[in-house]
Design a protein around this ligand. Structure first.
Ligand code: HEM
Length: 465
């Protein structure tokens, strides 16, 4: 059923009240404390009690959760004028201001989207693969032959180095390398869904870090403008970008776009990479087949290529299962900016409408035997991968999904080829309202494979050398 705006809603009673309410709401604050401290448990309770449509009450604000495929489509295909993404994520406005991406007017959003698009296709992805491989090999060299590493920090640092090199260029990446924690302070101190005014100290820290990053980025833009490359990269396309009427975009606006991209790629990819490695190590029974696949399709001495990595389909299926069971994005949110019907229910302006990749990925209608880690499901049902939802869907589907999947696959392929690894700690998700990352510390013990030390092929020790 399409979403239709409602005119003349009776404001006396909240129409969302007709959507079944999850148990456990406290007087006045409703589900807010539980939602803030253990989001996934509250969502799971809603699904167990009411199935694919339920409601939470957060201190006077209704939050309707829709899981049914048709209702999800309604939610994710509606324009900003009905179900707004910018109103749903107030922290983004506090981080980047109102002129950034989908917080801007429709035309400016489209201009910025067009600017981002080429970054994620064919040619640039090949260049990025070179960066991903080089940075992972540097990590391996730094780790040495054996020892312990902390999963969350290692993935976070590796990913930040990859993305600053990719988006700021290899000559400017090192400029940021000493300030990687600034990115963490910038993005880690804002809160999903809650207005920034509710946590002033964290918001202030984030803004101080932002100012520092802005200064660095402005320097990069000025230097790139003075010394342009023959084949423009993302940074250069920012220096050359213009509004539709031909006016050059000021550097102050371009800085937001550069930092916005790093933000979108940062915590998400680092978190998904950490889950992928943790899930791989929890299932050592898959390692021999993954190594044999590498042996068939990769040359141990030649650099990785997009084409060769593409042939590692078993690795894809393991990574899909990790993405399915442990998606970083637990929730995707919109807010009604006019009275609207969703899932057959009239919702008043100001209602949050959410869907959840985490729950959808665990619904048996979508993925039979949903709690089992079964990479073979993608062989049995070639369309199963298309039902994955961790990168969103519809109008705002993630632009960086190919980039992230390539990075995760590159990193895991090389680490698995070089090391025998085992988890020392059990990986646990963070419980609070945030991207569902692995909780630090989560330690891994690693030892170089004898065949990797002698330069042999993965999974096949070299004899006589
Ligand atoms: C594993 C890593 C990632 C995850 C889990 C992820 C997840 C998502 C999700 C769920 C959305 C949709 C949000 C919504 O509809 O409310 C989204 C949108 C977006 N993502 Fe990602 N993302 C990842 C990596 C990246 C990377 C690497 C980039 C860029 C380099 C990126 C750039 C974007 C952009 C620009 C959008 C907004 C698209 C639009 O509205 O036009 N993401 N992402």
């Amino acid at each position: 059923m399409p979403i239709t705006p409602i005119r003349g809603t009776d404001r006396g009673s909240d129409p969302a009240a007709a959507v079944p309410l999850v148990s456990g709401a406290l007087p006045l604050v409703g589900h807010l404390p539980a939602f803030m401290s253990d989001t996934v448990s509250v969502l799971e309770r809603g699904y167990a009690e009411h199935g694919q449509l339920f409601r939470l009450e957060l201190a006077g604000t209704s939050m309707v959760v829709v899981l049914d495929p048709e209702h999800r489509k309604e939610l994710l295909l509606q324009p900003e004028t009905a179900l707004s993404i910018s109103a749903a994520y107030p922290f983004l406005r506090s981080m980047f201001g109102t002129g950034f991406y989908f917080m801007a007017e429709e035309e400016e959003y489209r201009r910025q989207r067009e600017l981002f698009m080429p970054v994620f296709h064919g040619g640039p992805l090949r260049t990025y693969l070179g960066v991903m491989e080089r940075r992972t090999r540097e990590l391996i060299a730094q780790l040495g032959d054996e020892g312990e590493l902390e999963l969350v920090r290692t993935c976070g640092e590796l990913n930040l180095r990859v993305i600053v090199d990719c988006f700021f260029g290899e000559e400017f990446g090192p400029l940021f390398a000493d300030d990687l924690e600034l990115f963490e302070t910038f993005s880690g101190n804002v809160s999903f869904l809650l207005p920034p005014g509710l946590h002033p100290v964290r918001t202030w820290r984030s803004r101080v870090a932002r100012r520092h990053l802005q200064r660095l980025t402005l320097r990069c833009l000025a230097q790139r403008r003075a010394h342009p490359l023959p084949a423009p990269d993302f940074l250069q396309s920012l220096t050359e970008s213009r509004y539709r009427d031909g006016t050059p975009v000021p550097d102050s606006a371009s800085v937001h776009q550069a930092l916005g991209l790093v933000w979108a790629a940062g915590e998400t990819t680092a978190g998904q990479l950490a889950w992928a490695l943790a899930d791989l190590l929890r299932r050592p029974e898959h390692h021999p087949a993954l190594l044999a696949e590498q042996h068939r399709h990769l040359s141990p001495d030649a650099p990785l290529t997009v084409e060769n990595l593409h042939r590692l389909t078993r690795m894809d299926h393991v990574l899909y299962e990790s993405e399915r069971l442990n998606p970083l994005a637990v929730l995707i949110a919109r807010k009604t900016v006019r009275d609207t019907v969703v899932g057959g229910h009239r919702l008043r302006r100001g209602t949050f409408v959410l869907t959840s990749p985490y729950l959808v990925h665990r619904m048996p209608d979508e993925f039979p035997d949903p709690h089992a880690f079964r990479p073979e499901r993608y062989v049995e049902d070639p369309k199963a991968a298309q039902r994955l939802f961790g990168f969103g869907s519809g109008i705002h589907r993630c632009l960086g999904r190919r980039f992230s999947r390539l990075e995760i696959k590159t990193c895991l392929t090389l680490l698995l080829r070089h090391y025998e690894m085992e988890l020392i700690d059990v990986p646990r998700p963070v419980a609070r309202l945030a991207p569902r990352a692995v909780t630090a510390p989560c330690r891994i013990r690693f030892r170089r494979r004898p065949e990797a030390a002698s330069g042999g092929r993965p999974g096949q020790p070299r004899t006589g050398s």
